[in-house]
Write a new protein. Structure first.
Length: 68
């Protein structure tokens, strides 16, 4: 599904959970300008993972199958 607000356009996709990994996650991905260094001004991906209990993490290891 796609929504547009004054902040931007957002897309939500549903994917089944992986075995032995948390289910019902909301993953928010955006791009932000790099503030300093040789790539200043370029955009980088930023993500936050919101668990069903409301806690937020940036640890993307929960998105990888446990046997990897």
């Amino acid at each position: 599904m796609r929504w547009q607000t004054v902040e931007g356009i957002f897309t939500l996709l549903h994917r089944p959970g992986l075995a032995d990994r948390p289910d019902h996650l909301l993953i928010y991905v955006t791009k932000r300008p790099i503030a300093e260094g040789p790539f200043t001004g370029m955009l980088e991906d930023v993500h936050h993972i919101v668990y069903s209990d409301g806690t937020v993490s940036i640890d993307s290891d929960v998105l990888v199958p446990p046997d990897m």
